[in-house]
Ligand binder design. Structure first.
Ligand SMILES: [Zn+2]
Length: 357
């Protein structure tokens, strides 16, 4: 860590002009900092469906929704809740498990990564295609349906979750937030085809007898992060926001904007759902898991602020702050899965958020 602080933090500190003399002036009001990322913000109500305003097609959509939902009676299977406690057995030869968690809604996991797909009667909608799962994705789909994949949704830009997107049939419709499309156009990466259907705030995807609502609630993790909701199943998918029943990946899940990251918890908790597919871990998530992660995140923020209020200026001030914050966090959550992996890295993100964001 000393090396890391030397090559990364010191240049940042110098470039920001932060000197030990200023350190005490930068200690924030704890409640003011916490409230920045803790407000209940309504999802932007401006609705864009592809290249049309949703208001232009809303009446038609309502009719379709009514007929499909009333005739299909889709829902979540009660047995699905078992997977919020213990993950499914994964056949080591196959390397994944594919499970129908609601009518026509399938969850696929290799124990580390998670995706979902829906059969619609008119083709499969696939959400995410992790680089490491490759051709296993098509294999999982073929296990349960003869329908071919017709639609693909990017949850966000990151290749580890979408790097097998190019392995899909050539006429697949690729859908994403506009920021994901811009990023992928800039990257020109053959493994991540540039989406042709994009949206800014909200998009409704209707294929056959399935309806998905896609929302942008802010960049809670990377760029173009979206929430995919199947209202009839009460299932949502939001990837890399949190790990159910585990500590975050390093630097608070590599969150680029801690304010958006924290606020996303409240925005999701205000929605109506029972299961969240988080992209990682062997289990499915629940609102309780998400509430716990919010509590954990606010505790790390508290610990960063406590460290700032009690640590004396020194040559390694930021290192001292992160280390003290990590000690406090480890004392509070000794039994949380993976807590020991990145306590200092997570505190580095929180110290910078509390101090200079
Ligand atoms: Zn990611």
């Amino acid at each position: 860590m000393n090396y890391w602080f030397t090559i990364v933090l010191i240049p940042i500190v110098l470039s920001l002009g932060i000197t030990p003399a200023l350190q005490t002036e930068m200690i924030p009001n704890a409640e003011a900092v916490k409230s920045k990322g803790n407000s209940l913000t309504e999802i932007n109500s401006k609705k864009v469906c592809g290249d049309k305003l949703c208001s232009e097609i809303i009446d038609n959509k309502k009719e379709i929704n009514k007929s499909t939902i009333m005739t299909s009676q889709k829902g979540l299977f009660p047995s699905t809740m078992d997977y919020t406690v213990t993950g499914p057995e994964i056949n080591p030869e196959k390397g994944y498990a594919v499970i129908e968690i609601g009518d026509g809604l399938y969850w696929v996991t290799d124990g580390m990564y998670q995706i979902m797909f829906l059969t619609t009667g008119e083709g499969v909608i696939l959400v995410d295609a992790p680089m490491g799962m490759g051709t296993k994705i098509q294999q999982a789909v073929s296990e349960v349906t003869s329908e071919k994949i017709t639609h693909f949704i990017y949850t966000h830009i990151h290749k580890d979750h979408v790097g097998s997107a190019s392995l899909l049939p050539q006429d697949t419709v690729y859908i994403s937030h506009i920021d994901t499309a811009k990023h992928l156009a800039m990257k020109n990466d053959p493994q991540r085809p540039v989406p042709t259907v994009t949206f800014e705030d909200q998009y409704t995807l209707i294929v056959g007898d399935q309806v998905l609502e896609l929302y942008y609630i802010g960049a809670f993790h990377s760029k173009g992060d979206i929430v995919i909701s199947s209202p009839v199943h009460k299932v949502i998918m939001a990837v890399d926001l949190f790990h159910p029943n585990a500590a975050p990946f390093q630097f608070m899940g590599i969150a680029r904007d801690m304010g958006e990251h924290l606020a996303a918890h409240d925005k999701l908790l205000a929605m109506d759902w029972e299961i969240i597919i988080s992209g990682h871990e062997p289990i499915l998530g629940t609102p309780e898991h998400l509430k716990f992660n919010k509590e954990f995140t606010l505790s790390v923020l508290d610990n960063a602020i406590t460290a700032m209020q009690t640590t004396q200026p020194s040559a390694n001030y930021f290192g001292d702050l992160a280390n003290r914050c990590a000690e406090l966090t480890l004392e509070q959550y000794p039994d949380l899965k993976d807590i020991e992996l990145y306590p200092v890295e997570n505190c580095v993100t929180m110290v910078f958020y509390a101090m200079i964001d």
